[in-house]
Design a protein. Structure first.
Length: 347
């Protein structure tokens, strides 16, 4: 079968790799769509993503969806009553908990904070954990999530990043009727706008340097957009701020935008190196600062919201066939391309 494989920095290939082996305890999914994430781009650009360094060729991708083509006998027992059968449209939870006590269910509170986690398309472990950008992928039955009627596999491929955004909003607490600022409107920020709107926020404000990103945020439900590149200033006295840019220099302005006693959720990945940031307002304004990492099982909530009519298609600005994955990665990495989420058609 074909797969999108990174061999090193600036070395992305479409390789022929062995088909997954059907077993009694696994499920084989014929992949249809995958979404390119910033971490995928990082592997291609530098061979490093966060603390993970590429040592061997790696099939990329942790955002994807497809249709079931094999269910093993033991896997079928696990899936009894789920409605998932051969031919069912599914997306997958990318995480595998590793080590003592790893029987913890992915739906358990804070399973996202398990000390050691294998993740689709990640080089954090050796051997690496192959991702979803291939013709087929074998997975455990507990990783499957059924795609609801009315939701396409193209849309369902975004359940993973949408789960990240929903988890960030959950970390903020009840936002119903409140003013929510989302700073940074890349894919996660735009989905955080949709999450805030779905959670009943009274007003959702989106801020970014990119007019394209702001247009998408508006289509995803922002009531007001702030173009920081034109000199517009952040608002004041918002109840909740979701910081999705990952830019430490943004902290001072975001903290100042939050009302005294308000809440800031950091979901954008921050640099691992030491950085300078203006933090005095955390104390003087008594800001509640909360981190947000991946998700627990909010992908299930994401699928439910899509089934209820939440439209994620404005986010999907480009698509390429698997054979043109390199062009897709170039689009995803180029801030001038007008891209947000670049989709790969894997079927």
């Amino acid at each position: 079968m074909k797969a999108v494989v990174v061999h090193g920095a600036h070395d992305l290939r479409i390789d022929e790799v062995p088909d997954p082996i059907p077993t009694d305890d696994n499920v084989v999914v014929a992949m249809e769509w995958g979404g390119i994430c910033g971490s995928d781009v990082a592997y291609v650009q530098s061979g490093v993503s966060g603390t993970a360094t590429l040592k061997d060729p790696l099939i990329l991708g942790h955002e994807g969806a497809g249709r079931v083509v094999h269910i093993g006998q033991d896997a079928a027992e696990h899936l009894a009553g789920s409605g998932i059968e051969v031919g069912s449209a599914v997306t997958m939870h990318p995480a595998t908990l590793v080590g003592a006590g790893s029987g913890l269910n992915h739906r358990s509170p804070q399973s996202n904070l398990w000390p050691r986690v294998r993740y689709f398309g990640s080089a954090a472990f050796d051997p690496h954990e192959a991702g979803l950008f291939s013709s087929q992928r074998a997975v455990r039955p507990d990783q499957l999530r059924a795609v609801p009627a009315g939701v396409t596999t193209r849309e369902a491929a975004l359940a993973e990043p949408f789960g990240v955004a929903l988890h960030a909003l959950n970390r903020a607490g009840d936002v119903s009727g409140r003013t929510v600022l989302v700073n940074g409107c890349g894919p996660i920020g735009a989905l955080a706008v949709a999450a805030a709107r779905a959670a009943g926020a009274g007003q959702v404000i989106a801020a970014d340097l990119s007019p394209t990103s702001l247009r998408i945020a508006e289509e995803m439900g922002a009531d007001r957009i702030i173009d920081l590149s034109s000199g517009e200033q952040l608002p004041v006295d918002v109840d909740v701020a979701v910081e999705a840019s990952g830019a430490p220099q943004a902290w001072g302005g975001v903290i100042a935008a939050i009302r005294r006693g308000g809440t800031m959720v950091q979901v954008g990945n921050l640099p691992l190196s030491e950085v300078g940031a203006s933090l005095g307002g955390l104390v003087t304004r008594e800001i509640n600062l909360r981190g947000s990492y991946r998700f627990v099982d909010e992908i299930t909530d994401a699928l439910a919201l899509m089934a209820q009519g939440l439209d994620v298609t404005p986010l999907m600005t480009h698509e390429v066939p698997m054979d043109e994955a390199e062009r897709g990665f170039e689009l995803a990495a180029d801030r001038t391309s007008g891209s947000s989420k670049v989709m790969i058609k894997l079927a």
